[in-house]
Design a protein around this ligand. Structure first.
Ligand code: DGY
Length: 324
C-alpha cells in the first residue's frame, strides 16, 4: 500500500518477530519494515527514534506505548499491533483519542500459558530446583485456588487462562477448587469449582494461582495482608502480571516462613535484576515471563500480529481487534 506521495507505508517492529509473521509482512508487499533487530527489548530512545513517521507499530509487552511514543510517531500512525494478549502496556485512552486502531493476540496462547503455569506450580511445590535438600508438597487432596478478578469488560483477556489452568490441574486429584473474582462465577461451575470471597480463598487454599488482568483493583493485590492470611504451608504462583504482587511483602512472607514457596513467571521489572533479593531465596522459583514461549504458539502469535498490522494499515478488518 502506498502513501499519497507514492511511497510504501512505514512500519516499525520493536523486536525480531517469529518468521511466520515476517513472511506475511513480506508477502503482502504493502509496507517498508524497519525493525529493532534483536531478541532483547528495544531501548526507550531507540523506540522513540524508530517509531518516527511510522504508519504501523508492532510491539511487545515490554514496550510501554504512551503519549510520548505516540507523539514521537506523529500523525501518520494508523495501527498498533501487539504480540500479546495483555495490553496493560498500551495507553488505550491516548491511543483511542488519536483514532489509532489496535490489534492483539487473544485465545491463541491460552493453552501454552496454562501449561507453563502447571509446570511452574509443580516445580515450586515439589521444590525441583533444590530437590536434593528439600521435600515438597503434593496436589492430591489439596485445596487449589485460582484467582481472577478482572472486570467483565476484560473477559477476553487473561481470564481464560484461569479456566485452562484449572482444567489441567483437577486431574491431579485436587480435593477442592476455589475461585474468586468478578468473572469467575461464570465458569466456576464448569470445573466443579466453589466460588468464594477472596479472603476465604486465601485462607483455605494450599495452592494459590493468580491469573488475572492488571487493573487498578488488581495492582498490588497480593500484599502483606494477603500473604498473612495464607497457610504457612501455602504455595503461591503468579503467571499474570508482576505488579499484582508487592514483591517486598512476598520476600518477607517467603523468608519468614509465613508461606512455603512461590513460583513467579512475571515480576517487576522483567527480567528481574540478577541481584534481586527474591533470587536469593531457595523457596522461590522465578521464570522470565515465558508463558507463551513455545515455537508453535509464538509462530501463531507472530502471524496474527502481522495480519492485525496489515488490516490496520489497509483499513480492512483485523482478525483480532482490541480497538477497531
Ligand atoms: C501475554 O501475551 O499477555 C502473556 O502475558 C504472555 O505470557
Amino acid at each position: 500500500m502506498q502513501t499519497a506521495a507514492g511511497k510504501l507505508m512505514k512500519v516499525f517492529l520493536t523486536r525480531r518477530i517469529p518468521p511466520e509473521g515476517m513472511k506475511i509482512l513480506s508477502a503482502a508487499g504493502v509496507c517498508e519494515v524497519s525493525q529493532w533487530d534483536s531478541d532483547e527489548p528495544v531501548q526507550r530512545a531507540d523506540l522513540l527514534k524508530g517509531v518516527q513517521g511510522a504508519h504501523g507499530l508492532l510491539c511487545l509487552l515490554s514496550d510501554k506505548i504512551d503519549a510520548e511514543v505516540l507523539d514521537a510517531a506523529g500523525p501518520n500512525l494508523k495501527v498498533i499491533s501487539t504480540l500479546s494478549v495483555g495490553y496493560d502496556h498500551l495507553a488505550i485512552d491516548q491511543i483511542k483519542k488519536r483514532g489509532i486502531r489496535v490489534g492483539y493476540t487473544p485465545d491463541v496462547l491460552t493453552d501454552a500459558t496454562a501449561e507453563l503455569t502447571v509446570a511452574l506450580l509443580l516445580a515450586t511445590a515439589r521444590r525441583l530446583p533444590e530437590g536434593v535438600e528439600e521435600w515438597g508438597l503434593e496436589l492430591v487432596e489439596a485445596s487449589l485456588a485460582v484467582v481472577t478478578v478482572s472486570p467483565a469488560a476484560q473477559w477476553e483477556s487473561l481470564d481464560w487462562d484461569a479456566l485452562a489452568i484449572a482444567r489441567r490441574l483437577m486431574p491431579f486429584g485436587v480435593k477442592r477448587l476455589l475461585y474468586s473474582g468478578r468473572t469467575a462465577k461464570d465458569y466456576a461451575a464448569e470445573v466443579n469449582g466453589e466460588y468464594v470471597p477472596l479472603d476465604t480463598l486465601v485462607s483455605e487454599s494450599d495452592f494459590i494461582v493468580v491469573s488475572c488482568s492488571l487493573t487498578p483493583e488488581t495492582q498490588g493485590m497480593c500484599d502483606k495482608a494477603f500473604f498473612s492470611k495464607m497457610k504457612n504451608t501455602g504455595v503461591f504462583v503468579n503467571s499474570s502480571r508482576g505488579t499484582v504482587v508487592n514483591q517486598e511483602d512476598l520476600y518477607e512472607a517467603l523468608s519468614s516462613g509465613q508461606i512455603a514457596a512461590a513460583g513467579l513467571d512475571v515480576t517487576t521489572p522483567e527480567p528481574l535484576p540478577t541481584n534481586h533479593p527474591l533470587l536469593t531465596l531457595k523457596n522461590c522459583v522465578v521464570l522470565p515471563h515465558i508463558g507463551s514461549a513455545t515455537y508453535s504458539t509464538r509462530g501463531i502469535m507472530g502471524a496474527l500480529s502481522a495480519q492485525n498490522l496489515l488490516g490496520g494499515l489497509q483499513g480492512t478488518d483485523m482478525p483480532k481487534a482490541l480497538v477497531k
